[in-house]
Ligand binder design. Structure first.
Ligand code: UDP
Length: 309
């Protein structure tokens, strides 16, 4: 297949490009480098089946055609990034999604949207199933991401229902691994960076809030399976192994040998108190489940950050 990947220089998308190329496909990646980085795809320079286009998906971009699939991953994804780029985040989810859907429609290509567990907001249902409608503050600081993605999901379903476009929606839960930006503010790079430099780990709130972390190769495998399925309704992709942020901090200190301790900081507004994917739908539909355990994945990620910086 000839596949368009938006946000191709980003953390998740760059790994997906690697996988698509390894499966024998041809990849055209588009990125405006707002939060993506050239170094994430530098190893693909000179690869004849890979092409990189600099451009913003929220604008009309001229692309050579012939696509069989359009995978829309372009968006800031870390809370720090989307709070710093609120309008660009909303545009990537809204105009960006429309433009990518239109490319798919014009080309007769299939379409996949990477959505987010943030659609569930600060969830009242736990763990979160795809049927849960969420508990989102539509005007809070995080809404620039949450509501843009919810709009993107609604628009994707509208194209599916109205035009019969073949679409998929992945709701991605917290993902980590090599190529995350050290300073993107997310908890995995933040804690690893702090530990490697013997600085105290900044735990927000009392650290009792939970997350469930999925290693990037597992997520990419889920995305690759999903894009081959005919399921149009959202599918959760994440690792159900749930941990409190305080326990997570202690784990990273143990793995890195850091003795710098913990510093408690205020909890950001609307920070979800708990998050854990129910992945029974992905298991049943895609035969997918994560394989890389948290310690194994963290070892690989710590190794990456040690060597990159
Ligand atoms: N967090 C933290 N210290 C940090 C960064 C994040 O305690 O230096 C917390 C944050 O408040 C949240 C969790 O870790 O409860 C995950 O945050 P992240 O920004 O990685 O992603 P989110 O799941 O909030 O999108």
């Amino acid at each position: 297949m000839r596949i368009l990947v938006s946000g191709g220089a980003g953390f998740v998308a760059s790994h997906l490009c690697d996988r698509l190329l390894a499966e024998g496909h041809t990849v055209v990646a588009i990125d405006n480098y707002l939060t993506g980085r050239r170094e994430n795809i530098r190893h693909l320079e000179g690869e004849p089946r890979f092409q990189l286009v600099e451009g913003d998906v929220a604008e009309k971009v001229k692309l050579d055609g012939g696509f069989d699939a359009v995978l829309h991953l372009a968006s800031p994804a870390s809370p720090l990034d989307y709070l710093q780029h609120p309008i660009a985040s909303m545009m990537a989810g809204s105009a960006g999604t429309k433009n990518m859907l239109d490319v798919a429609l014009e080309q007769g290509a299939r379409f996949l949207l990477t959505s987010t567990s943030e659609c569930y907001g600060d969830p009242v249902e736990h763990p979160q199933k795809e049927t849960y409608w969420g508990h989102v503050n539509p005007v809070g600081p995080r809404s620039v991401y949450d509501e843009a993605k919810r709009f993107a999901e609604a628009l994707t379903m509208a194209y599916h229902r109205h035009y019969g476009l073949r679409t998929n929606i992945a709701r991605i839960f917290n993902t980590y691994g090599p190529r995350m930006k050290l300073n993107d503010g997310r908890v995995v790079p933040a804690f690893i960076d702090q530990s490697l430099h013997e600085r105290p780990l900044t735990v927000f709130g009392d650290g009792s809030q939970t997350r469930s972390f999925c290693y990037v190769s597992d997520l990419v495998d889920g995305l690759y399976r999903l894009m081959q399925s005919d399921e149009a309704l959202p599918v959760n992709l994440g690792n159900p192994d749930e941990i409190s942020i305080l326990e997570f901090a202690e784990k990273i200190q143990r793995l890195t040998g850091s003795r710098a301790g913990i510093e408690f900081k205020p909890l950001p507004e609307d920070d979800p108190k708990q998050r854990q994917p129910d992945i029974s739908k992905a298991r049943r539909l895609l035969g997918w489940e994560p394989k890389v355990g948290l310690e194994e994945g963290l070892w690989r990620t710590i190794e990456y950050f040690r060597n990159s910086g």
